[in-house]
Design a protein around this ligand. Structure first.
Ligand code: THU
Length: 135
């Protein structure tokens, strides 16, 4: 990583949690998405009283990057942070969204309340992903 190392990216995700809108779950999640040009796009979970309209932090970050003009292949790494004892993994819907825009070998950094970092690839997180290649 040129501009930001994984510790800095994880710290950015952690710092972002304070913007999460979580009146129902009280479970803040922050994300930092590193783009190929060195830009970092952040995301938080944004909940809704209807619950089903909730958007996870990972999707908020990806959709924000796409809205800002970034394309498939522009995604370099993602860090996900919660206030959890264990490493907080993205939900299955977010894994599918990541698979839409990110390469299988993209690093995914998970962290826990002890600030440890688990480094995975997207392929490890979502093996046998359904992609446009399968259509
Ligand atoms: N959530 C995320 O934002 N990302 C994850 O990786 C797991 C779950 C959110 C959705 C909801 O607002 C809350 O966490 C509890 O499920």
């Amino acid at each position: 990583m040129d501009t930001m190392n994984k510790e800095q990216l994880v710290e950015s995700a952690r710092e972002m949690k304070r913007h999460a809108y979580v009146p129902y779950s009280k479970f803040p999640v922050g994300v930092a998405l590193l783009l190929k040009d060195g830009t970092v796009t952040n995301g938080v979970n944004v909940e809704n009283v209807s619950l089903g309209a909730t958007n996870c932090a990972e999707r908020t970050a990806v959709f924000t990057a796409v809205a800002n003009g970034y394309k498939k292949g522009d995604f370099q790494a993602i860090a996900v942070a919660g206030d959890t004892v264990d490493f907080l993994p993205p939900c299955s819907i977010c894994r599918q969204v990541l698979a839409e825009f990110c390469l299988p070998d993209m690093p995914v950094y998970l962290t826990n309340e002890k600030k440890e970092i688990l480094e995975l690839t997207l392929k490890e997180l979502l093996p046998y992903a359904f992609t446009d290649l399968d259509m």
